[in-house]
Design a protein around this ligand. Structure first.
Ligand SMILES: [Zn+2]
Length: 236
């Protein structure tokens, strides 16, 4: 996996000399933006003094590192209550997934999740981090982060399972995913059989409606909707 590096501004992290054994947790976040890129985030954190940071930013195409693993990023600290007994900035690595918004809901592109899962798996291997030490920001401070995995525990489970099996994708797989992500369904009839019940349900409830009778539903959003539906988020 190729990782680009753009050092964060000195005011955004704590230089440290952590050993491998000091890194015990991986904490997953979302950027809470709509269609931002890993590179834009790395540039932004290099330019501005924000007193906050993450080690990695992931989008559907790239991974950018902003803070070196040995240094301490400020990503899961709080002046309030810690809900996890051990995980802190000092012993963790923070990973931000670039998000998107549709119909008022945050979601991740499947390629972003795939890329992040491959990164998580690589870090789990490098630092001998167990599966139950891969956490959501929510697990540490109860912040709604990353929203797609706080709102859907099932989606979080799917992601964690992917971290166990993720291998670097072949170029052909990546191209196929990007191709799929552009697929737009205009009506419920266009939607493949596995997604149709979900779409019909949401249209019936009036939660999903396209402009001028057209759904304009992308394939990646359809996948997210189906995962949420299977998790029971949209009722019977
Ligand atoms: Zn967060």
């Amino acid at each position: 996996m190729q990782i680009s590096f753009q050092q964060a501004h000195r005011g955004n992290y704590l230089p440290a000399s952590r050993d491998k054994e000091d890194i015990r947790y991986l904490v997953i976040h979302f950027t809470a933006n709509n269609g931002d890129t890993a590179r834009n985030n790395a540039d932004y954190f290099a330019r501005e003094t924000l007193s906050t940071s993450a080690h990695y930013f992931v989008d559907e195409r790239e991974v950018w590192q902003s803070v070196a693993d040995r240094d301490i990023a400020w990503h899961c600290g709080t002046r309030g209550t810690y809900y996890h007994p051990y995980c802190r900035n000092a012993n963790s690595i923070g990973i931000e997934l670039c998000s998107r918004i549709q119909n008022g809901k945050y979601y991740f592109m499947p390629e972003t999740e795939q890329m992040a899962a491959a990164l998580v798996r690589q870090l789990m291997e490098r630092y001998a981090i167990a599966e139950d030490h891969v956490l959501r920001h929510y697990d540490v401070t109860h912040k709604t982060c990353p929203a797609p995995y706080v709102e859907s525990a099932a989606a979080w489970e799917v992601f964690k399972n992917r971290c166990k099996e993720a291998d670097d994708m072949t170029e052909a797989q990546v191209k196929r995913l990007i191709e799929q992500s552009k697929t737009v369904y205009r009506s419920a009839e266009d939607v493949p059989a596995w997604g149709r019940p979900t779409v019909e349900k949401l249209v019936q409830k009036g939660w999903l409606q396209g402009e001028e009778q057209s759904l304009n539903l992308s394939d990646d959003l359809l996948r997210t909707l189906v995962i949420n539906d299977r998790a029971g988020l949209y009722g019977a």
